[in-house]
Structure formats: C-alpha cells, structure tokens
Design a protein around this ligand. Structure first.
Ligand SMILES: [Zn+2]
Length: 141
C-alpha cells in the first residue's frame, strides 16, 4: 500500500506541481504554484508491541481492512503528540484489549517499499479481544 502523491495544496487547494523546490532541496516535492507551499512526504511510524505471555506471543486476527482476517501483532499508526511507547500501549489496548506491563524497546524495521518505519516494544500480557480484532490467540515462539 503505497500512498499516492499529493495532488492539491493543503494550504490553498491549488493543484501542486512536482519539481525541485527553490530552497536548494535535491528531491522533487509537490510545490504549490499559487502560494509556494512545499509539501514534504515522509515515512509513517507504525508503533506496536510484541506481547509475550510465558513462552507464547499474542497475535490478533484483524477485524478491519487492510488485511481483514489476517493474523498480526497489535500495532498501528503513531498519533501526533504521543511517544512511541504511548502509541504502542494505545494500539495494544485497541487491538488486543490486553492488560500488560510495557517492556523495553525491542525492534525497528524499515519498510521503504510502503513508506513505513515499524517500532515495537516487548511486553507481558493478559486480557480480552480489542475492537479492531476478531479474536486473539497466543502462539508458541
Ligand atoms: Zn497553495
């Protein structure tokens, strides 16, 4: 899932033009020909946890698109004004309904193909299904 390029200026709504900005930037950006706003497109941060219970890892079966019905770790897009650990905790509650103790930062995975950086914390868990999951299940490591 690659994000489409920006088509219209977020400031004034004029169709943007992709070109090198006038400030010496070396990468083409969406530049508004009306108000000169430069639109930067950067990777999105996906935050989550690797919930461990004994020798098992908690997985969630997705109840929403994309990837409805697929098993995954609890994770989602980081929100503005939250830290990585706060976002990871929020996503774990939303997706797994898990009661947990947040562990140390565990991994960082770059996924340039889809413009994402995934950041995961380790944690201990218990709990029930969350609103974005059909069900949850522990799997052996
Ligand atoms: Zn504009």
């Amino acid at each position: 899932m690659h994000r489409p390029p920006i088509k219209h200026c977020r400031n004034c709504g004029t169709a943007v033009v992709y070109r090198l900005p006038d400030d010496g930037d070396t990468k083409e950006r969406g530049v508004c020909p009306n108000c000169q706003t430069v639109h930067y497109e950067n990777p999105l941060n996906v935050v989550g946890t690797i919930p461990v219970w004994g020798d098992q890892v908690l997985l969630c079966k997705r109840a929403i698109e994309p990837r409805y019905g697929k098993w995954t770790l609890p994770a989602g897009f980081m929100e503005l004004n939250e830290t990585v650990s706060e976002g990871a905790a929020r996503e774990t509650v939303e997706e797994a309904g898990a009661q947990f103790e947040m562990g140390e930062f565990f991994s960082l995975v770059n996924i340039p193909r889809v413009g994402q950086v995934q950041l995961e914390h380790a944690q201990g868990t218990g709990g029930k299904d969350g609103r974005e999951s059909i069900r949850r299940q522990h799997a052996k490591e």
